[in-house]
Design a protein around this ligand. Structure first.
Ligand code: 4AD
Ligand code: MG
Length: 478
């Protein structure tokens, strides 16, 4: 038997009338004659032509949707429409049967909710095949972008003693017997007796450790899982998500914005080039979905146009203060259409405000800077006005915040003062403060929520559909 060839390569093959072996899963079988076989290398199936008159009927019966097959045969130019080549089967081996009455994934349109409940099998649909190939490409492109620029990929810990964002949304990590937790004399949990001798949690961000690396290696980035126990049951939040966090010594806020914009454009372009077919498929999928909506709610641009638009335009850069002025004067604010009306300076922006700025006002990606210090983390660099910090959030159409970052407070006295004001324990972060004691320097970084990027590039509407096995409140199955 000839060596197995992936279906993507077969479909691109210039050579016909050669013996080939293909392996994959049956997507459809019609007229006892034509098998659509897929192996995940491409969204397109290879057509297998079965000589049903000379095939054992018992074998024919076992060619069911979902079954795994190995097929040997001849690759020929296709007689039919819809494909350029097909395989005339000479030998079909059933590697794994699939009971057609029980197999959940049928050759018809399933709802995304149904597929989420069958996340173990949803890879076998065209939509999820495309999503996870695009996700793979984006991950690779992120590494390539940073590697080309001489960044060091730093692995920061998953288990930590600190809550980098200070938002109190961390998952505890313990190996205490939960039915018998050791207590101190004063009745508090005695973490000294726990595995690490201290209270620990899953990391919410690798930033603080990333900063330590940048203070010697200059340009570093992390790319790992992060965890947040925030109870937000939204289409934009996961309890476990992947974050990319570059941290760069000697960069200021403008350098930081430039780096983020370059990175986003680079990885989106990379996916457009590498996964043209998948993005074309996802563009059509979205168009079908948009047709279900009332005319006035439909997106003006197709997915492909949106991605191209993002590449071809500079992101709009403005301060939080300028954004508040725009929002205050906006029609939805005056007509009381916002759930959270904009009354004055100082409150955090909600997703409805971010999306108004991006989708209605500027109609392109927006970078907001210099937020009030009260609504941002302790480590952000304080501006001279005493009110704002050198923060930046990048807002994307359909997504809202895709990146959050800042210039870091490199001045020890200012940092300590802010930590005191915000009740951040300085003794626990002695190692972080040490970098400000020994050779401190201006530096900046940001965090890109990887799944939000995948959402944008695939045009999907729910973040639970762009990670293989989503974790969210009340769900950690698979
Ligand atoms: O804005 P965040 O909280 O920033 C940080 O964690 C900083 N330490 C990053 C840094 O400067 N190094 O999170 C960064 C990004 C957000 O913009 C968003 O895209 C994503 O992470 N994100 C989430 N994605 C999915 N589910 C969640 N629950 C998310 N929370 C944040
Ligand atoms: Mg943020």
């Amino acid at each position: 038997m000839s060596q197995r060839v992936k279906i993507k390569a077969l479909l691109q093959s210039q050579q016909t009338d050669v013996d080939v072996t293909v392996k994959g899963w049956v997507r459809a079988f019609r007229s006892n004659r034509f098998i659509a076989l897929n192996d995940g290398s491409t969204n397109n199936n290879i057509q297998i032509v079965v000589d049903f008159e000379n095939t054992d009927p018992a074998l024919l019966k076992r060619i069911t949707v979902g079954a795994a097959l190995s097929v040997a045969g001849k690759l020929v130019a296709s007689q039919g429409k819809g494909q350029t080549v097909e395989v005339i089967a000479t030998d079909i081996e059933i590697l794994g049967d699939s009971d057609p009455d029980k197999y959940p994934i049928q050759p018809k349109k399933h709802s995304l909710e149904f597929l989420r409940e069958n996340a173990h099998l949803r890879f076998r649909t065209s939509t999820f095949g495309a999503i996870f190939r695009v996700r793979n490409t984006l991950a690779f492109a992120v590494h390539q972008f940073f590697q080309e620029r001489g960044f060091i990929y730093l692995h920061t810990p998953v288990i930590t003693q600190s809550d980098a964002e200070g938002a109190g949304e961390a998952f505890h990590v313990t190996n205490f017997d939960l039915t018998n937790i050791p207590k101190t004399d004063t009745g508090e949990v005695d973490f000294k007796q726990d595995f690490f001798g201290a209270a620990t949690n899953l990391t919410v961000s690798g930033q603080l450790e990333g900063e330590l690396g940048a203070m010697a290696l200059s340009d570093v980035y992390t790319f790992g899982p992060t965890f947040r126990a925030e109870n937000s049951n939204t289409t934009r939040h996961l309890a476990e998500f992947w974050m990319i966090e570059p941290e760069v010594a000697f960069n200021d806020l403008t350098d930081n914005m430039d780096l983020a914009e370059d990175m986003l454009k680079y990885v989106i372009k990379y996916a457009l080039d590498k996964n043209a077919e998948d993005i074309e498929f996802l563009t059509q999928r979205l168009e079908e979905e948009e047709k279900q909506k009332p005319q006035n709610e439909r997106s003006e641009m197709s997915l492909l146009e949106k991605l191209q638009f993002c590449l071809n335009h500079d992101f709009e850069r403005l301060t939080y203060t300028e954004a508040i002025e725009i929002l205050k004067e906006s029609t939805p604010n005056k007509k009381k259409k916002f759930v959270y009306p904009i009354e004055g300076w100082g409150t955090d922006l909600q997703s409805e405000h971010e999306r108004y700025l991006v989708e209605k006002h500027f109609k392109k990606p927006v970078i907001l800077t210099d937020y009030p210090k009260e609504i941002k983390a302790f480590y952000m660099r304080q501006n001279d006005d005493g009110k704002t910090v050198g923060a930046m959030d990048i807002l994307f159409p359909g997504i809202g915040e895709i990146i959050g970052g800042s210039a870091r407070e490199e001045r020890l006295d200012k940092l300590e003062q802010r930590m005191d004001e915000m009740g951040i324990p300085k003794d626990e972060l002695w190692w972080y403060l040490d970098t400000r004691r020994f050779g401190s320097c201006p530096h900046a970084g940001f965090g890109l929520g990887f799944e939000r990027l995948v959402l944008f590039v695939t045009g999907m509407g729910n973040i639970r559909d762009v990670i293989p096995f989503p974790r969210f409140p009340k769900n950690a199955e698979f």
